[in-house]
Design a protein around this ligand. Structure first.
Ligand code: GDP
Ligand code: MN
Length: 383
């Protein structure tokens, strides 16, 4: 789950990372007062979960509170579109922050490198622009340092990495301290990424996080209930937001065949078979183990919120999950959610006989195998 910039800065600041003073609001009439309190020179920043807000016109610097307030009024309610997010996002909230005087911009991040199965520190003196651009045009300008999970960050290695990244001498001690604090925040928040870009060096020689992005591992959200409260609004898609609220692992994929499976493996297999059969998967959805009737119903409802869905494929193998429970849930859901698209179900496992009896005579088409089911649903949905 991605945190907004203001949430990310609040988290990092609790771990000793310097961030500019600021306040967040949804009400443009509050902006002048907030800006005055900060001394008038402020930056107004759209709090939307997309990259490239600066280029999209969602970040603007002001030397007085009146102009900041005028801009805030235009910005709230506006749809911001960037290269990273062509559909764009509506700005509901803005951050009004003290304007940082920037002499140099650096990049620093802690993130999980799945290839080496370790977290790494990434440092670059080429901050400000997108790190992907730096990686493409000047990969040597990015220094990476793996964090040994047993020993943690090693002080002399970190100092060497900061120097190798060409961080100017006068800022190195601050950078080392900041990275240590970032790692603490990263670990405490069960983050998969914390990123500061730009990490600003002021003309007075002070290092400060002018922007911050944090993403928390969804599997740890039960330990971070305070963030869960905002998780629904922070999802990029309204259906994903609703699924988040209901605690359902759902990812929208944009195709036409809705998919429910129990266990990520079965869902992935369904995605592959549907694609092989010439269809396009609408979503990833894992109902989880031991799913009961009401949960299955909830999952069907979530999938049917997507207007592109022309057919529903259910792929359940009952281990802990009793397939008769699933069958009841699917039937109830089809009725209640007024589902009219074709439905094909492949069910197997615990209580399969009872499950099949429940489905017999309904409009759900049974399939013996996943491959057969995928072919059937693609044919029924797209004919
Ligand atoms: P992003 O485009 O979504 O990454 O948003 P950022 O917060 O990184 O802002 C984009 C750019 O605006 C930064 O790279 C800076 O150049 C500039 N910027 C943001 N905040 C400040 C600030 O406080 N002072 C100055 N001088 N520039 C800022
Ligand atoms: Mn940025």
């Amino acid at each position: 789950m991605k945190l907004h910039e203001y949430q990310s800065k609040e988290l990092l600041s609790r771990f000793g990372v310097p961030v500019p003073a600021g306040d967040v609001t949804t009400d443009p009439s509050e902006v002048k007062a907030i800006a005055d309190k900060l001394g008038g020179k402020v930056v107004v920043k759209a709090q939307v979960l997309m990259g490239g807000r600066g280029k999209a016109g969602g970040v603007k610097l002001f030397d007085n509170s009146e102009d900041a307030a005028v801009f805030a009024k235009e910005l709230i309610g506006k749809r911001l579109v960037s290269i990273q997010n062509p559909t764009g996002m509506i700005v509901e909230r803005i951050l009004v922050a003290e304007l940082v005087d920037i002499a140099k911009e650096f990049y620093v991040a802690i993130l999980l490198d799945r290839n080496i199965q370790k977290s790494i520190v990434m440092i670059s003196a080429e901050g400000g622009m997108e790190i992907e651009e730096v990686a493409e045009h000047n990969p040597g300008a990015i220094v990476k340092l793996a964090i040994d999970p047993a020993y943690g960050l090693c002080d002399y290695e970190l100092r060497k990495a900061v120097a190798d990244a060409n961080i100017p001498k006068e800022a190195r001690n601050q950078m080392v301290a900041m990275i240590k604090n970032l790692v603490k925040a990263y670990e405490a928040a069960d983050a998969e990424m914390v990123e500061i870009n730009p990490c600003a060096l002021t003309p007075e020689g002070k290092l400060i996080a002018a922007d911050a992005k944090v993403s928390i591992d969804d599997n740890s959200l039960f330990r971070h209930k305070d963030y869960m409260a905002t998780s629904s609004e922070s999802a990029e898609d309204p259906i994903e937001a609703e699924a988040n609220k209901r605690g359902i692992a759902y990812v929208k994929l944009g195709g036409e065949i809705g998919i429910i499976g129990n266990g990520a493996g079965l869902v992935m297999q369904s995605l592959d078979e549907i694609t092989a059969a010439g269809g396009t998967p609408a979503n990833f959805l894992d109902v989880g183990g031991g799913a009961k009737e009401d949960r299955v119903r909830s999952c069907v409802e979530i999938i049917m919120m997507d207007p592109n869905v022309k057919g529903l494929f259910i792929n359940i193998f009952g281990g802990i999950t009793r397939v008769d429970e699933v069958a009841k849930g699917v039937l109830a859901a089809l009725e209640q959610a007024n589902v009219t698209v074709p439905v094909v179900a492949r069910i197997e496992g615990t209580a399969v006989e009872e499950g099949r009896k429940i489905l017999a005579g309904s409009r759900i088409v049974p399939a013996a195998t996943v491959r057969e089911g995928a072919k059937m649903i693609v044919e029924l949905a797209l004919k």
